[in-house]
Ligand binder design. Structure first.
Ligand code: TPP
Length: 592
């Protein structure tokens, strides 16, 4: 295709140059890619048209990595980046990560491409087999919008609509497919980029004041109110008003993200934090305030591992729920979960409802005489909280000499090195032990995948690291082996882009979660429990993650199998991360 006569490095000459202008206009700083011919036009524009002025390319070796990286980045940055994926095949690889972002309510701008829709412009074979009607249908059930503009002139509107919807609450990924022929089309006349400030997302919905008043009255009157949060931590700074509400009401706090996926919002050291003994307080609760909870049955019930039977902890508990989950419902994957009776349903952004609820509760309690009972309840809960934390510390002491290392001991060792740093937990919880043993501050924790699709940890942690690069923070990834093996080539992106991430392997050489399931199955059926490892253990041969990482150019040590060796190896790795600005991995063998 001939370049237009008036082309210059700064004037858009092709359809894909216009896309770059749009990316720049909305402030996208990074674009993760895995190359493909269907977006060769856009690729050229990102490299040659944008020059150093446009978004920076992040090379990934799998489309799932590209999207998961963008997922982690958006959570840490509070602003989305883009991931560009090749036609049908790239989108299929990306789909798992798009699903995770959808469940986690995280905005990602997924830009795709298709062989020319105009059959007269297609090459034989590849342009045909990689073109779909309509490509977005592959992921339509778990993106907020998919679109495919049919002309260059239609690109700005499609782009800005997708951009706006991705960031409108409840947030989520969007997919915009750019026809290869449109990307490569020479512009006959300039296409202007609209004023993007006029296409911002609508302000998130505030709660109905009457509903807040009703909720405040019920909370103030409750005998034993409990506050449960799941995705509340998606907005920074929410912990302060959450804790204030809990303190006013002397209400135990349960962060469901400690047990399931989600976005942490409850500080682990808060004396009302009962996340580790959820069932104890929910058994006693006469009223539950659920904030941004989609897994209500998971919160209120207890599941029998072998029979899958779920029992409510307290049949008479009443429920107030504040969330936007009903606005995110889709018919395909049943992410709306179990239909649990709710007595006061409030459709609102829970992070915005909290200050209003705090004010309304303050007002009610001023006229209330239950202060003594609340004080006694707060003391009782705080004592249980302290006892629970002491029990966890005792577990570490008891397990200190066990070989292979217990996850509790490894989490304690990592904390010993990390605690003096300005740390960010970019992925993982070390089987929950980081929450129990670390000074768990939710704003330092990126949270899980949302969709429980493995292959999330490393790439998402890289995205978090990219967002925090040059901030002086130490990004830490507590990485399970099974999860890493889906996306192990993400280590190349880490090394290539000098992403200073500290990865500590909790390497139990197995798909541990599934061993538990096979054990439960064997017991339920009276079959040999020792067979639970078949088709599950990853130990013959055991992958040598240090050598794998070194092969990708990452500083690495291991395998380490004694507690005493962990600290020195971690300190050497932290030096590489902080002083050389390079990724490091320490492989530690843990108990299956
Ligand atoms: C893409 C995908 N495949 C399979 C599963 C099923 N699955 C859930 S947990 C799990 C085991 C995870 O093993 P690992 O990451 O090593 O963590 P561990 O349980 O050993 O701590 C598997 C295979 C899944 N959730 N996602």
């Amino acid at each position: 295709m001939r370049p237009p006569a008036n082309s210059s490095p700064t004037a858009p000459g092709y359809g894909s140059d216009l896309v770059v202008d749009l990316l720049r206009a909305v402030g996208i700083e990074h674009v993760a890619i895995n190359p493909g011919a269907t977006f060769r036009g856009l690729h050229d524009s990102l490299v040659n048209y944008a020059g150093g002025r446009g978004p920076q390319l992040v090379l990934t070796t799998h489309e799932e990595i590209a999207v998961a990286l963008a997922h982690g980045y958006a959570k840490a940055k509070g602003a989305p980046m883009a991931a560009v994926v090749h036609d049908i095949v790239g989108l299929q690889h990306a789909s798992m990560a798009i699903f995770n972002a959808f469940c986690d309510r995280v905005p990602v701008l997924v830009l795709g491409a298709t062989g020319p829709m105009d059959t007269a412009k297609r090459r034989p074979w590849i342009d045909w087999i990689h073109t779909a009607l309509v490509q977005g249908t592959q992921v339509r059930d778990y993106v907020k919008l998919d679109d495919q503009p049919a002309s260059v002139a239609a690109i700005p509107e499609a782009f800005l609509r997708a951009w706006r919807l991705a960031r409108t609450e409840p947030q989520g990924p969007v997919y915009l497919c750019l026809d290869a022929a449109l990307q490569e089309e020479a512009l006959e006349r300039p296409v202007s980029v609209p004023d993007v400030a006029r296409f911002q997302p609508a302000s998130p919905p505030h709660p109905d004041p009457r509903a807040i008043d009703d909720a405040a009255r019920r909370l103030a009157d409750a005998r034993f109110p409990v506050i449960v949060a799941e995705f509340l931590g998606r907005r920074p700074g929410v912990a302060a008003s959450l804790c204030r509400l809990a303190e006013l009401l002397a209400a135990p706090l349960v962060d469901l993200s400690a047990e399931y996926q989600g976005r942490p919002s409850v500080p682990g050291a808060h004396p009302l934090d009962m996340s580790g003994v959820r069932h104890e307080v929910l058994r006693e609760a006469d009223l539950v305030l659920a904030l941004d909870v989609s897994n209500l049955l998971g919160a209120l019930g207890l599941t029998d591992r072998s029979t899958r039977e779920v029992r409510l902890l307290n049949e008479s508990t009443r429920v107030i729920s504040i969330s936007l989950e009903d606005y995110a419902a889709r018919s395909w994957a049943q992410t709306f979960q179990s239909l649990v009776p709710v007595d006061v349903p409030i459709a609102a952004d829970a992070t915005l409802a909290l200050p209003a609820l705090v004010a309304a509760v303050e007002d009610r309690l001023r006229r209330d005489r239950g202060a003594a009972e609340r004080r006694a309840r707060a003391q009782r809960v705080a004592a249980r909280h302290a006892a629970q934390r002491a029990e966890w510390q005792a577990v570490v002491s008891i397990e200190r000499s066990s070989r292979p290392l217990a996850p509790s001991v490894l989490a304690a060792e990592v904390w010993g090195v990390v605690k003096d740093e300005d740390w960010v937990l970019a992925n993982g919880t070390g089987k929950g032990w980081a929450r129990r043993l670390w000074d768990w501050q939710p704003e330092r924790v990126a949270g899980g995948s949302g969709g429980a699709g493995l292959g999330y940890g490393l790439p998402a942690a890289l995205g978090v690291t990219l967002a925090h690069r040059d901030s002086g923070k130490l990004c830490v990834n507590l990485q399970a082996d099974g999860d890493l093996l889906y996306v192990v080539s993400g280590l190349y992106t880490a090394a290539h882009h000098r992403l200073p991430l500290l990865t500590v392997m909790f390497n139990n050489r197995t798909y541990g979660n599934d061993e538990e399931h096979q054990e439960a199955m064997a017991k339920a059926r009276g079959r040999p429990v020792e067979n639970k490892v078949v088709g599950i253990r990853i130990d013959d041969p055991a992958p040598d993650f240090a050598r794998i990482a070194q092969g990708f150019g990452v500083h690495a040590e291991g395998p380490i199998d004694t507690a005493d060796a962990v600290g020195p190896a971690l300190r050497r790795a932290v030096r590489v991360v902080k002083e050389e600005g390079r990724p490091a991995l320490v492989d530690v063998i843990t108990r299956p």
